[in-house]
Design a protein around this ligand. Structure first.
Ligand SMILES: [Mn+2]
Length: 430
């Protein structure tokens, strides 16, 4: 990468805003102190918050109809890491990247690891892909992968997941996330029980290959690409499979992968209670698996999810160590801008949830005071924590206003010569 955005550039952009930030931070600190909240304590927690960026998220996404590429799109894993590094340099809460295989595979994966090390990036969960055929694949996944009726096809899918674990080992990852598109489009097309039996059989073989310190995350999704039934369709099937497989298996929650109006925060509470919460793919949705930017449609839902997470964190819930990741498709925005604002949105929800007066909430719950219990959550949600997030970024060497700083740097324009337009990238939607 020829022209990264330097620390000096970020510092200069911050200078003009520091006085206003200090005043805002001081005012908010005074206000919070009246409720017994020490603003620096909250800021320190916000500072160490972390959410991984998906490698495919830095490419422009598309719909089932078309994809409209943007300027200077990354063409391979190295350029994707460059873009992830820009995001991290601005927001300072995204030190990890989640790769997708085989999209991000190169002949020698140590090159990818070395490249990331140089950028101070590390790797979160690796993601397998058996929802499309690879060039030269002996058997097609058109009618399923890990659940296919044909054993040879299942074996190809199993082997791919084992390959992913091995690539992940080189990258220093400790988790593989498995999402399959397997399902059916017609009633009668698939035997529900048989398909799930085959899934468990395949997953047991993958599970057996996990190193001792690894986990496997199961991702469910209600529909798409299968539109009548999906084998791992909801959190119920997900957690049953995770329990069946063993202690290294956990259930991942992608916010867009549920039926409309489902109480996701309650699902989160249940998974925490039974020590099966893997973590999240954050995004937002209006209708289905829209993969819109986190917090752009239902910020209160995102807050309520973090309310459960912070509650578990505060009471030291056993085995509670969720992985946070973004999983979005950016069709009309610059993906770097969307990922920065989404990471900050998730960090905002976490910070708001830290504001909840939990002793009072417990008293209202025990005293059956529904109105005040609800208001206690609303008070935290309606607190403008912007100065806390800005101060956390400033203290970490990031940008007070990441989008403005990024736009001023003209990153895409500066690297356009190195990244000629390509017809399609390896990006997709999961
Ligand atoms: Mn996902």
């Amino acid at each position: 990468m020829s022209q990264p955005i330097s620390d000096e550039f970020i510092n200069e952009a911050n200078v003009a805003q520091i006085d206003n930030l200090n005043r805002d931070y001081e005012n908010l600190g005074e206000k919070l102190l009246r409720s017994g909240i020490i603003i620096d304590d909250i800021m320190e927690k916000a500072k160490v918050f972390s959410v991984a960026v998906p490698s495919w998220g830095v490419g422009t996404g598309g719909t089932r109809f078309a994809r409209f590429p943007g300027l200077s799109e990354p063409r391979n894993i190295f350029e994707k890491l460059d873009d992830c590094s820009i995001i991290q340099s601005m927001v300072k809460v995204t030190p990890e990247v989640s790769p997708h295989f085989p999209w991000d595979v190169v002949e020698d994966m140590t090159e990818v690891k070395d490249y990331a090390d140089n950028l101070n990036l590390s790797f979160a969960s690796v993601n397998s892909n058996t929802f499309q055929d690879q060039p030269g694949q002996a058997k097609s996944f058109k009618y399923g992968s890990l659940t296919h009726t044909d054993k040879q096809t299942r074996d190809i899918a199993i082997q791919h997941n084992i390959d992913c674990i091995n690539w992940g080992k080189t990258l220093g990852s400790k988790v593989i996330t498995v999402w399959i598109g397997d399902g059916s489009n017609f009633p009668g097309q698939q035997n529900f029980t048989g398909a799930l039996e085959r899934y468990l059989g395949s997953m047991r073989e993958i599970y057996a290959e996990l190193p001792d310190d690894w986990k496997v995350f199961i991702e469910h999704k209600m529909f798409e690409p299968a539109f009548y039934s999906t084998v791992i369709q909801d959190w119920g099937t997900n957690v049953l499979c995770a329990m069946e497989l063993g202690d290294k298996a956990y259930s991942l929650v992608d916010l867009g992968h549920h039926a409309p109006n489902v109480n996701i925060e309650m699902i989160v509470a249940r998974l925490i209670q039974f020590k099966k919460l893997a973590g999240f793919h954050f995004n937002d949705s209006k209708y289905g698996d829209d993969d819109l930017d986190s917090g752009s449609i239902h910020p209160y839902q995102q807050f309520l999810i973090f309310n459960e997470l912070v509650d578990a964190e505060m009471r030291g819930a056993e085995g509670f160590a969720p992985d946070y990741m973004l999983d979005q498709s950016h069709n009309v925005t610059d993906p770097i801008e969307s990922l920065m604002t989404s990471a900050m949105s998730v960090q905002r929800s976490y910070t708001q949830a830290l504001m909840v007066d939990r002793p009072s909430l417990a008293d209202y719950q025990n005293g059956c005071d529904a109105l005040m219990a609800s208001q206690t959550l609303k008070d935290a949600f309606e607190t403008d924590v912007t100065p806390i997030l800005q101060m956390a970024r400033l203290n970490s060497g990031g940008a007070i206003d990441p989008v403005a700083c990024y736009r001023a740097a003209e990153y895409r324009k500066n690297i356009a010569g190195e990244r000629p337009a390509v017809q399609s990238s390896g990006s997709g939607i999961v």
